[in-house]
Unconditional design. Structure first.
Length: 284
């Protein structure tokens, strides 16, 4: 079923009850092709991460801090992909994807919550690798099951504070104006633009909440990961055994790949000025 943009979009000062996610501007054949490409990516993401979780839960040999954090990261990937994936696929097949305000706000909260949580989980995994390689004699006494659980709880508590605060401040006064969002999912920028919040609330979000969230959920974790890996590589190069060095590099290589890919996407989306990006790429 198609949802023509011109029949469901409106621009007035009344309260918005439903948003229309416009999606991508592309010829129909290209949209169909992209639908199948992203469907395969989505299914593979779910399959691989479900397999990782199943292996961790089903094997006592994998009950280590590294695999505990990896299983948490996999669960986060599944939830994050499911938060955005179905909407993305829907916009490829339709001229627009209508979504109620409550559903849109819920999606925005889930997206920010899971995105921030993944940043912090990657940071905790870097900390785990640092202790395993740089402090091997103290690793077992520090990374106990209780300590690992506390680290994961810290990740989710910190990110829920910022995601919930941002969601409340953005949506507390409702939304007015144009109900059309030129995105494939409900992100911060279009929702803030449509918010009916007064100038004080908007200024508070712009000057306090956003900078604090960027520093605590993005910059600080990234700097910590970089600093940690500087120490890790120094320790690896001091290992006399070639086999030991290769094992250490292979252990860190997969984590570094995920960190580079994930932070690269976040930087390209939120740090690069929108004028320097393709209109469709900026919607992802």
């Amino acid at each position: 079923m198609n949802f023509p943009v011109n029949t469901t979009s409106s621009c007035n000062q009344s309260k918005i009850t439903e948003f229309l996610l416009v999606g991508f501007s592309a010829p129909r054949p290209l949209k169909v092709l992209l639908f199948f490409i992203f469907l395969v990516i989505y299914v593979m993401t779910l399959g691989v991460n479900l397999m990782i979780i199943a292996l961790y839960l089903g094997s006592h040999h994998l009950r280590s801090p590294m695999y505990f954090f990896l299983s948490n990261l996999s669960a986060t990937d599944i939830l994050l992909s499911t938060t955005v994936g179905p909407n993305l696929l829907s916009t490829f097949l339709n001229n627009g994807n209508p979504m109620s305000v409550s559903a849109c706000v819920t999606q925005f909260f889930a997206y920010t919550f899971l995105t921030g949580g993944e940043c912090l989980l990657l940071t905790v995994m870097a900390y785990d690798r640092y202790l395993a390689i740089c402090k091997p004699l103290h690793y077992a006494t520090i990374m106990t099951n209780k300590h690992c659980l506390h680290l994961v709880i810290w990740c989710w508590v910190e990110t829920i504070i910022f995601s919930l605060s941002g969601t409340i401040m953005t949506s507390v006064s409702g939304f007015c104006g144009c109900n059309t969002l030129d995105y494939v999912y409900c992100d911060f920028a279009p929702l803030l633009k449509a918010s009916c919040s007064d100038a004080f609330v908007m200024a508070s979000v712009a000057t306090l909440l956003i900078p604090a969230g960027v520093v605590l959920l993005f910059l600080s974790p990234l700097l910590f990961i970089i600093t940690t890996y500087v120490s890790i590589f120094r320790s690896i190069f001091k290992i006399s055994s070639e086999t030991g060095r290769q094992k250490a590099f292979s252990t860190c290589g997969s984590h570094l790949t995920v960190v580079g890919t994930y932070y690269g996407m976040l930087i390209s989306k939120y740090a690069v000025p929108s004028k320097m990006q393709s209109g469709n790429i900026n919607k992802l």
